[in-house]
Design a protein around this ligand. Structure first.
Ligand SMILES: [Zn+2]
Length: 200
């Protein structure tokens, strides 16, 4: 079987060290050389929209079976008996797959803080709370366009007032994240080569 023969080797022309191939939990589980167990690849639909994050093993299988092509690699090569493929950091399906409409992510403390990168919408400092721009006590709704991350201090200072009443303004228009926030900026930050493919 193809997966059993896949080994990882350092490609030429890069300064990066190859991932561990003979140590770690994966090696003790399987006798054949296996890929670094923590490695992940970003899988895009044929339309170039991000679909999901897949294990490196799955990514290699998709490439070797012709179901996906490699868009970004870190320079390392994966060798099988018959072929070498660049280690897929970002890959793209060759055929478009229809994806059911995603359930929208509700604005919660966690998701709003993630959308706003834990930065206060008013002062730019670290944020731990969520503020309703138009206060709920004054008819503001709990929806993505009306919630922002805020630090405790700004949240208290603003209280139940409207921005124009205290001379504050927002530097951006809050909106629902286009992409699942758990998979958005945090994921892109963890792997720089993904950033260009994942909407912020
Ligand atoms: Zn603040």
């Amino acid at each position: 079987m193809l997966t059993e023969t896949v080994t990882l080797a350092a490609g030429s022309g890069t300064g990066r060290a190859p991932a561990a191939t003979g140590t770690g939990p994966a090696a003790s589980r399987a006798p054949a050389p296996v890929l670094s167990s923590g490695a992940r690849s970003l899988l895009l639909n044929a339309s170039m929209e991000p679909l999901c994050i897949v294990s490196l093993r799955r990514a290699v299988l998709l490439v070797m079976s012709g179901k996906a092509t490699v868009l970004e690699t870190d320079g390392r090569l994966l060798h099988s008996e018959h072929a070498s493929v660049p280690l897929p950091v970002v890959l793209c399906l060759t055929r478009y797959v229809h994806v059911p409409v995603r359930r929208p992510v509700p604005p919660t403390r966690r998701t709003v803080l993630q959308r706003d990168s834990h930065r206060c919408a008013y002062c730019g400092g670290g944020a731990d709370t969520v503020d309703h721009v138009h206060p709920r006590s004054r008819g503001g709704r709990h929806e993505w366009t009306n919630v922002v991350a805020a630090c405790v201090r700004c949240n208290h200072r603003k209280a139940d007032r409207l921005l124009h009443e205290i001379g504050w303004e927002l530097g951006f228009a809050p909106r629902a994240p286009r992409w699942s926030v758990t998979f958005g900026t945090a994921a892109a930050r963890s792997e720089p080569l993904w950033a260009a493919y994942v909407p912020a």
